[in-house]
Design a protein around this ligand. Sequence first.
Ligand SMILES: CC(=O)N[C@H]1[C@@H](OP(=O)(O)OP(=O)(O)OC[C@H]2O[C@@H](n3ccc(=O)[nH]c3=O)[C@H](O)[C@@H]2O)O[C@H](CO)[C@@H](O)[C@@H]1O[C@H](C)C(=O)N[C@@H](C)C(=O)N[C@H](CCC(=O)O)C(=O)O
Ligand SMILES: Nc1ncnc2c1ncn2[C@@H]1O[C@H](COP(=O)(O)OP(=O)(O)OP(=O)(O)O)[C@@H](O)[C@H]1O
Length: 491
Amino acid sequence: MNQSTSLASLLTAVRVTAQSGPTTVPVTGLTLDSRQAGPGVVFFALRGTANDGHQFIPKAVELGAAAVVCEDLPTDLNPATAYVQVKDSAEAMAYMAAEFYGHPSRKLQLVGITGTNGKTTCATMLHKLFRELGYHCGLLSTVQNQIDEQVIPATHTTPDAIRLNELLARMVQASCTHVFMEVSSHAVVQHRVTGLQFAGGIFTNLTHDHLDYHGTFDAYLKAKKGFFDMLPKSAFALTNADDKRGPVMLQNVVGRRESYSMRGPATFRGKLIENAVHGLHLEVDGREAQFRLIGVFNAYNLLAIYGAAVLLGEEPTEVLTVLSGLTSAPGRFEPVLAEKTRITGIIDYAHTPDALENVLQTIAEIRQPSQQVITVVGCGGNRDGAKRPIMARLASQLSNRAVLTSDNPRFEDPNDILQQMQTGVPAADQGKVLTIPDRREAIKTAVALAQPGDIVLVAGKGHEAYQEIKGVRSDFDDKQVLIEMFNLLGK
Ligand SMILES: CC(=O)N[C@H]1[C@@H](OP(=O)(O)OP(=O)(O)OC[C@H]2O[C@@H](n3ccc(=O)[nH]c3=O)[C@H](O)[C@@H]2O)O[C@H](CO)[C@@H](O)[C@@H]1O[C@H](C)C(=O)N[C@@H](C)C(=O)N[C@H](CCC(=O)O)C(=O)O
Ligand SMILES: Nc1ncnc2c1ncn2[C@@H]1O[C@H](COP(=O)(O)OP(=O)(O)OP(=O)(O)O)[C@@H](O)[C@H]1O
């Protein structure tokens, strides 16, 4: 995008504590990485988790940066460079990025989704729903960003404020009216969404996660709540009333307080009629509808999506009709049916003990006693080793058969990872477990073991389309391999 303005006009968006150097300079770009600095570019020195961006100011200046925005002015100032001192560089960057890109969020109906689980599912399905309803719209998610059907790879759940405003501006340029985005707790704390004007916010749920970053559960909750606290009066704040933290999210918010529930009073009410392998049958605000998504957690996601669409002014019956035909987000409890034998394959991104347990418990809720569950699972290399025995234990205890295999061994020997996983399998379950390092062979074996009607869960990779071995990423897609094996084995 060709963008140009003057530093002085960008500074109207922030409170400056001190400044030096020429402010009339034209600005053609913004960056938070000194290595990307150059003439016309404003460099923001951010205090990071590993580095302090202030140490890279000389590098940015050496590369010709037009200006530096920082919290502490350097002692050695270059007369050709403008230096701007602010209280918080990350916050200033967000306001200046919004200004630089012409406040794209104000020209869109921007809806943010926060919570531990369900963000990708809700954002992706809202995007699909509004596309079906005839709108041009954008998506910002962990899996991918999208402008209508154009896919733009994603590096973060929520991009940094510069990239975010740039993407929103591209969406405005492509005539998008609605954008659905995931708002991670990291993004709130790091001011990635500061200065954006939201039309609505959704809270899905909160469980223990990311405590390595936030330190305490309260800090994690505070980060999530920070997003609801920034919603303006015109926006809706839609919360899950059945989640323990749902009501807290609405405390003292300025936005319109709305809720959804499967249990009690709420703006949008759902009732479970059937939760089966082939999908959910729900009553939503008194209307019955059948959905292709599986599991009670998806009933909550569907209610959130329905509620948001109605709050955005869509007609409830039409919303339900379109939602009924939609499939889930890629690799999020994604069913793959073998037509001939009615074996149900499920592809899920679950790569932590919590997520694996959730998925297997959901399968336990929907399966008939005659249906066996066969789980294929692995654990990544060069990452948290403690989860390996736990995941193997869960897979063996909560399935009829488990096939332990590789999941991005990276630089570790796959056999070492598998050995560590095996230590978690209880003696009584040893007979249920096979160990096959080659993931393709593992999926083939699981399909071969499955009898008509059984369920094959392939966990861990979800939408990921690669397997990383010794630093090399080769193409590997669980869904494609599963379909290939159904065909190969005549299932
Ligand atoms: C822990 C975390 O959130 N880190 C993010 C943070 O980086 P950081 O603070 O570690 O950066 P740093 O290395 O300490 O450097 C400090 C500053 O110096 C700059 N720098 C660094 C080197 C150099 O040569 N020159 C230079 O200017 C860096 O650009 C940075 O601005 O700020 C960077 C710029 O915005 C992010 O890219 C980076 O995300 C990293 C890659 C990351 O993995 N983040 C994850 C944890 C994350 O944000 N995840 C959430 C989703 C969580 C979930 O729900 O699953 C997300 O929204 O994606
Ligand atoms: N509302 C929900 N409640 C509990 N679990 C859920 C919910 N929605 C999805 N899940 C489970 O959590 C997994 C992650 O779902 P999803 O990707 O939608 O969440 P997310 O918040 O975007 O998480 P991530 O950022 O890790 O992708 C799914 O594979 C599914 O098994």
